[in-house]
Design a protein around this ligand. Structure first.
Ligand SMILES: [Zn+2]
Length: 183
């Protein structure tokens, strides 16, 4: 079988790129630019693939709308450079560190990375908190939530109830802040 042969097709008003791969099922993905990529096993006929794509037309439209909204949100919140981001995060860390000074006599090292899937990562062993660059585009109270969240991981590495109880003790409105961060 020839692999990675891509053809352009259209079904149910959806234009898509079909690639034959050694996959078990038909897989559909909406790329960041809104184009649709489909991979399918050799045994799936093109009419079967077309049918599959057509059946997902509404879902694809929805995914594109969400992507467009996310892109507009991000454009409305310009991300500063790493140095500026680090200064913002350091200011937030300076507000939160005193709460943890007893267990972290040395303030943690802060790092900035261009992370997409997480806002922050805590490495207790290295006494380090890594923060997503895009967090710097958000309001200070939301940055504080992420910093506090990561500081609480110095106490509890997991997200069990005892972890959230600790977050709530220092930040009673953490849920509202998290919701704004996600929104
Ligand atoms: Zn966490």
């Amino acid at each position: 079988m020839k692999e990675q042969v891509t053809q352009c097709r259209s079904a149910g008003g959806v234009r898509y790129e079909l690639t034959r791969k050694r996959v078990r099922n038909i897989n559909l993905r909406v790329r960041a630019d809104g184009t649709v990529a489909v991979s399918a096993p050799a045994r799936a006929s093109v009419s079967r693939v077309d049918e599959f794509v057509a059946s997902r037309a509404e879902w694809i439209e929805d995914a594109r709308r969400k992507q467009a909204r996310r892109a507009a949100d991000e454009a409305a919140r310009p991300v500063p450079d790493k140095e500026t981001a680090l200064a913002l995060f350091a200011a937030s860390s300076a507000r939160i560190w005193p709460l943890f000074a007893a267990i972290r006599p040395a303030p943690p090292e802060l790092r900035v990375r261009d992370m997409r899937s997480r806002w922050g990562v805590c490495d207790p062993g290295k006494n380090r908190i890594t923060l997503a660059l895009r967090l710097a585009a958000r309001e200070p109270e939301l940055i504080d939530y992420v910093l506090l969240h990561e500081y609480c991981h110095f106490v509890w590495p997991d997200h069990q109830p005892h972890f959230w109880a600790l977050v709530a003790r220092y930040m009673p409105d953490w849920k509202a802040r998290r919701a704004r961060l996600r929104g």
